[in-house]
Design a protein around this ligand. Structure first.
Ligand SMILES: [Zn+2]
Length: 166
């Protein structure tokens, strides 16, 4: 079918180190823990097939949740790069917005978390434990400031780079 030929011909050749590192996703392939389980790092509880905030039932086994594994391994699922010219006030506002979105998301979903916010040559580099949170932050920045937003997925959409320019 022509669809396949088209997909192949448009497949970009990438030499990006970070993307190469994400070729295999150990977090997706490790399987579900035995229930009930509680994460020793963040206290999230695995029950009925998903991680949520709550009180660990008696007899819960200690198992690191996928988000805390990513934090320990420094292995993000999403990277948000915020660039362009922005003032100190705009930078502070951006940081507040990022924190706000992450806090709202994490409150509902334990696996959606901010990892780090770093300064890199005047740009902000924000890492997250999930693709969804990185996208949410990018979209919130775009809504608030009307800048330019670009999402680049890789690894079967298990990893995303979000570029936002003020
Ligand atoms: Zn955890």
């Amino acid at each position: 079918m022509s669809h396949n030929a088209k997909a192949t011909s448009f497949h970009p050749v990438r030499h990006d180190r970070l993307i190469q590192e994400h070729r295999h996703d150990p977090y997706a392939s490790r399987g579900k823990p035995a229930e009930p389980a509680v994460c020793p790092d963040c206290g999230a509880v695995f029950h009925d097939g998903r991680w949520r905030w709550g009180t660990a039932p008696a007899g819960a086994s200690a198992q690191l949740c996928p988000a805390c594994r990513r934090v320990r391994d420094e292995y993000p699922a999403g990277v948000v790069l915020v660039g362009g010219d922005f003032s100190a006030a705009e930078r502070d506002e951006t940081l507040r917005l990022v924190e706000h979105e992450a806090t709202a998301e994490s409150a509902e979903h334990p696996l959606e978390r901010l990892m780090k916010i770093e300064d890199e040559d005047g740009s902000l580099v924000i890492t997250t434990t999930s693709v969804h949170l990185a996208r949410r932050i990018g979209e919130a920045l775009q809504r608030a400031h009307r800048g330019r937003l670009d999402l680049r997925y890789s690894e079967g959409e298990r990893f995303v780079r979000v570029y936002y320019w003020h």
